[in-house]
Design a protein around this ligand. Structure first.
Ligand SMILES: Cc1cc2nc3c(=O)[nH]c(=O)nc-3n(C[C@H](O)[C@H](O)[C@H](O)COP(=O)(O)OP(=O)(O)OC[C@H]3O[C@@H](n4cnc5c(N)ncnc54)[C@H](O)[C@@H]3O)c2cc1C
Length: 382
């Protein structure tokens, strides 16, 4: 089963690329996951296979380990992978964008090829126990000594898959007296540095995606800082803006598969499905269409070399709505897939609840839209 490919007015070389990937996928199918294999370890194996095939970092310049093609080529690869039910390349695109926008030439040459190859796995150390939505209020500090070295102290929370990572994109306050948004800086933190403790947290469903990071007098050099002191907020916003694009995350064509199944079921069983359920399916189809239109627009903007901005909050809200409504509807339409093999709909439904939290909650996205896109006044101004 497959959905029609996204239509960007496909240049011929894009179609050729899709064909090459399909041929490669036929010879290199998604490997089986061992019952006791942690999901990130399984994804890492897949990442390595994709990299060996030349399917990672298509829009990254050759000198940084990529193929020097365009964002459209990378999107076409994500689209093909999702449309074939295969996971995309994990946790790369938004980190690579942040590094390229803020990192030095030396950092890009040193860090990007290893990131693309899966030699270094990265995690994101932004949130803290007292700073999630209010990220600028974080208390982790990086104090610079007279020798130029930083000493980092703090506590990070919800750091996904830190226990499987080698490096962390860390945000810390470098100027405790400065205004909150202008006093954050970003660092590459090697997780094996003395003073770093990674402690996995067991979630209610048994997963151990999340970790806590404890940082006690961790020493970092100036070369570990990405961008200038005070660039941390802008770098974090760039990171989450790219993280909010459904095409970057490769989710779009995965949703497309399920939308197609629902649509087929509605056509087949139009007379027997309750009206309410038919309406739900209709809403899924419409929401998905709107999300696809937005994703195309973002891709067109990127091709025109416009960086991701607050518009990405609209995409994140749409993506959350599509994902949550889609799996909620699928649970009702395919109840037999709730439990047992493949059981994938229940798992996806449960994880979809997190979509309105990670990468910034839905309330925060609405605040951004109100303030930065609609320019509405603050609520407390009467
Ligand atoms: C699956 C998943 C993976 C994650 N991975 C990572 C990761 O790898 N690295 C990382 O750093 N973080 C990660 N996070 C953390 C995530 O970024 C935070 O959970 C999120 O930003 C919300 O912060 P919080 O949990 O502290 O909630 P809070 O900020 O305490 O918010 C609690 C509630 O209050 C609401 N609220 C808060 N402020 C406002 C406001 N000003 N206006 C209106 N409503 C408001 C929120 O919307 C929310 O409903 C992950 C989270 C999830 C769910």
């Amino acid at each position: 089963m497959s959905t029609p490919p996204l239509d960007f007015g496909n240049p011929a070389d894009l179609e050729r690329l899709r064909r090459e990937l399909r041929t490669w996928l036929a010879a290199n199918p998604l490997p089986a996951r061992a019952p006791d294999e942690p999901y990130p370890v399984f994804l890492h194996r897949w990442h390595r296979m994709l990299h060996a095939g030349g399917w990672v970092g298509l829009d990254v310049p050759g000198e940084y380990g990529g193929r020097g093609l365009t964002a459209l080529h990378q999107v076409a690869v994500s689209d093909e992978l999702g449309a074939r039910g295969a996971p995309g390349v994990p946790r790369i695109g938004y980190l690579a964008h942040a590094l390229r926008e803020f990192g030095s030439e030396e950092q890009c040459r040193r860090l990007l090829p290893r990131m693309l190859a899966g030699d270094d796995l990265w995690c994101q150390g932004f949130s803290e126990p007292g700073a999630g939505s209010d990220l600028a209020g974080m208390s982790t500090r990086a104090d610079r000594g007279p020798d130029g070295r930083y000493t980092v102290n703090g506590h990070k929370l919800w750091t996904s898959y830190a226990q499987h990572s080698q490096l962390c994109l860390l945000l810390a306050r470098t100027d405790p007296e400065g205004p909150p948004h202008a006093s954050l800086s970003a660092f590459v933190l090697p997780l094996d540095r003395p003073g770093v403790t990674v402690r996995p947290l067991r979630a209610a469903n048994g997963d151990d995606e999340f970790c806590e990071l404890f940082l006690d007098d961790v020493s970092l050099e100036e070369a570990d800082r990405i961008g200038a002191e005070g660039d941390g907020w802008a770098l974090a916003m760039t990171t989450v803006a790219y993280e909010r694009n459904a095409l970057d995350t490769g989710h779009l064509s995965t949703y497309g598969l399920l939308v197609e199944r629902l649509r087929r079921r509605a056509r087949q069983d139009r007379d027997s499905l309750p009206d309410g359920l038919l309406r739900d399916i209709g809403r899924c189809v419409t929401d998905y269409g709107v999300l696809v239109a937005h994703a195309r627009r973002r891709t067109a903007e990127r091709l025109a070399e416009r960086s991701a901005g607050p518009e990405s909050s609209v995409d994140k809200l749409l993506m959350t709505r599509v994902e949550q409504r889609l799996y909620e509807t699928a649970l009702k339409v395919f109840p037999e897939q709730v439990y047992g093999e493949p059981g994938e709909i229940l798992g996806a439904y449960l994880y979809s609840r997190a979509a309105s939290v990670y990468g910034g909650t839905s309330q925060i996205q609405r605040n951004i839209i109100a303030k930065r896109l609609l320019r509405l006044p603050d609520g407390d101004r009467g």
